[in-house]
Design a protein around this ligand. Structure first.
Ligand code: FAD
Length: 292
């Protein structure tokens, strides 16, 4: 089945996100994580698209290898940054040739400075919605898009962000995955306002099991996801004890995922940072509570 079918099925999907490696050591680590998490039989895995330069080819190569050498269903992320329509077509063609028919279409950020001016390639596309339409024209692809619980930083307000998100869904997207967040209510508010506007595109929450204060700080900075004050206070109390920080991070993430599943989310997408242990631990706690 395609990811479009899986996210609409009764059973929630479990998926894992990886990024393209930048060094031979990174490559070894990635494949160790992929092989380790393969045993959990996730619904699908996804490979992010590099912000620019060499890792872009790596995304396609890793996705091809997952498709041909593992039992996993891979989804390739693709961005519009610095690509002409001809190049985008070529990449989609390469993916299709390897049997990859699931693509996450995101606009991408300007390389170097994510907040900088977004300049369209002279022969490229401007918004993720245009990329969705392009991919859909090229064949029978499942296309996912990005959703932002805290609105996209470039959107002037939540209302316009919601309206543009819905327009993007209507351009042909089969489902969406959110940016990471630490409070289930933030996801639920996004889901509710999209549903209230009459859009039923499934929105899969994207979560990241956090194991150290540094990852929390860095991820919040990068994604703009605010770290809730009550949680920050809990982490502060154990800040000197890395093992306690890790245990707290995993327990907090498992509790959030339990709540999301109880709220009937279409699935959970884990950002793994190419490591398997933390994701496996959260996943195990979830599957235990699902059985009991
Ligand atoms: P868009 O949907 O195009 O939106 C960008 C901004 O334009 C928003 O403010 C939107 O409201 C506005 N907008 C959209 N359409 C219109 C319109 N017609 N008129 C006026 N305004 C409009 N980045 C990578 O580089 N590689 C990745 O692999 C990657 N994977 C991601 C996966 C997920 C799940 C998420 C949430 C993000 C990912 N990103 C990735 C980051 C993403 O590329 C950036 O957040 C980017 O800035 C926004 O992409 P988008 O697809 O949401 O853009």
């Amino acid at each position: 089945p395609s990811i479009a079918q899986l996210v609409r099925a009764a059973e929630p999907t479990f998926s894992f996100e990886f990024f393209p490696p930048k060094s031979p050591e990174g490559e070894t680590q990635l494949w160790q994580a992929i092989r380790d998490l393969e045993t959990l039989r996730p619904s699908f895995v996804s490979i992010t698209y590099g912000a620019g330069g060499s890792t872009r080819d790596t995304t396609v190569a890793v996705t091809e290898r997952v498709a041909t050498e593992t039992t996993l269903l891979p989804m390739a992320h693709l961005t519009a940054v610095n690509h002409s329509v001809a190049e985008l077509r070529h990449i989609v063609g390469r993916l299709a040739a390897a049997g990859v028919h699931d693509i996450l279409a995101v606009r991408g950020d300007p390389p170097g400075n994510p907040q900088g001016e977004w300049v369209r390639h002279p022969e490229g596309v401007l918004y993720a919605a245009d990329l969705v339409r392009l991919i859909k024209e090229l064949g029978d692809f499942t296309v996912g898009v990005a959703a932002f619980p805290y609105k996209h930083p470039r959107s002037p307000d939540v209302e316009s962000d919601t309206a543009e998100f819905i327009a993007k869904c209507r351009s042909g997207a089969d489902f969406a995955i959110t940016q990471m967040f630490f409070d289930a209510d933030d996801y639920l508010r996004l889901r509710d306002r999209v549903a209230a506007a009459g859009c039923d595109t499934p929105i899969v929450p994207g979560v990241m099991p956090v194991t150290s204060l540094r990852t929390i700080e860095r991820s919040s900075q990068l994604s703009g996801a605010p770290f809730p004050r009550h949680l920050a206070a809990e982490f502060d109390r154990v800040a000197d004890d890395p093992a306690a920080v890790r245990a707290l991070g995993l327990a907090q993430m498992s509790a959030m995922c339990d709540r999301l599943l109880a709220e009937g989310v279409p699935g959970i997408h884990f950002i793994t940072l190419n490591r398997s242990t933390a994701t496996r631990e959260v996943w195990q706690q979830l599957s235990l509570s699902a059985i009991s």
